[in-house]
Design a binder for this molecule. Structure first.
Ligand code: ZN
Length: 206
C-alpha cells in the first residue's frame, strides 16, 4: 500500500508539522490571557518536537516497537521542558516573573546544546554506540526545534558571539520542516563513515 509507505507518511507528517507550527502561533497570538499563552506556546513546542522525532523514527526504526512511544514521548517532553529554565533563572514559579526576564535563560543558548551534541556524536562514533548516537540526535532535535521556534521572536543566541536577528516567519516554517531531515542526514553520515571503515577492513583481509 503506497499510502502507508514510510515516505508518504513522513511527507504527511512534515505537512502536519508546518500546520501545527502555524496554528500553534495563531492560537498563542490570539490568546489574551498570559497563562493560556504560556500553555499553548509550550504545547506547540512539545508537539513540534514530538512530530519531528516521529519523522526521524519512521526513517530509522529500531526493532523494539516500545521504543517508538518512549522516544517520541522523550522528544515531546524535552522540547517542552527547555522552557523550565525561565523559572529557574527567575528564581520563581510565578509565570509573570518567568516571562519578564531581562536576559535569556541558559537552555536557550544554542552554543551549548550544539557543542555538547557534536561532542556526544564524536564519542558515540568512537565507542560505536548506536544508543548514544540515538539519544544525542533526540536531544538535538528537541533543542533545534525549540530554538528555531523561539528564533522568530529573539533570534538564535550563540554565546559568546551574541544573537542573530529574529528570523523571518517563512524561514522558521521551512527550517522546522527541514530539522528532522537534517537529523536523518547526521544519522546517515555517522553510519556511512562507520560502513566505510568496515568496508576498508574487509578489503585489507581479502
Ligand atoms: Zn523557549
Amino acid at each position: 500500500m503506497i499510502f502507508l509507505g514510510n515516505f508518504t507518511l513522513s511527507y504527511y507528517l512534515t505537512v502536519l508539522l508546518a500546520i501545527v507550527a502555524v496554528i500553534g502561533d495563531y492560537v498563542v497570538v490570539h490568546s489574551n490571557i498570559h497563562v493560556y499563552q504560556a500553555i499553548f506556546d509550550n504545547a506547540t513546542h512539545a508537539v513540534i518536537g514530538g512530530l519531528s522525532w516521529c519523522i526521524v523514527y519512521l526513517k530509522n526504526k529500531p526493532e523494539n516497537s516500545l521504543s517508538a512511544v518512549l522516544e517520541i514521548a522523550a522528544c515531546t517532553v524535552m522540547s517542552s521542558f527547555i522552557d523550565i529554565d525561565h523559572f529557574f533563572a527567575a528564581r520563581s514559579f510565578q509565570l509573570k516573573d518567568a516571562i519578564s526576564l531581562k536576559n535569556r535563560p541558559p537552555l536557550h543558548c544554542s552554543t551549548f546544546p550544539l557543542s555538547i551534541c557534536v561532542l556526544m556524536l564524536l564519542v558515540s562514533y568512537i565507542l560505536q554506540s548506536w544508543n548514544l548516537e540515538r539519544i544525542t540526535l533526540l536531544i538535538l532535535t528537541a533543542f533545534l526545534s525549540h530554538h528555531t521556534r523561539d528564533a522568530t521572536r529573539r533570534g538564535y543566541w550563540f554565546f559568546p558571539y551574541g544573537s542573530t536577528p529574529p528570523i523571518p516567519y517563512g524561514l522558521y516554517i521551512i527550517l522546522t520542516c527541514c530539522i528532522p531531515y537534517l537529523v536523518l542526514y547526521l544519522h546517515d553520515f555517522v553510519n556511512i563513515t562507520h560502513k566505510k571503515i568496515v568496508h576498508h577492513s574487509v578489503i585489507q583481509y581479502t
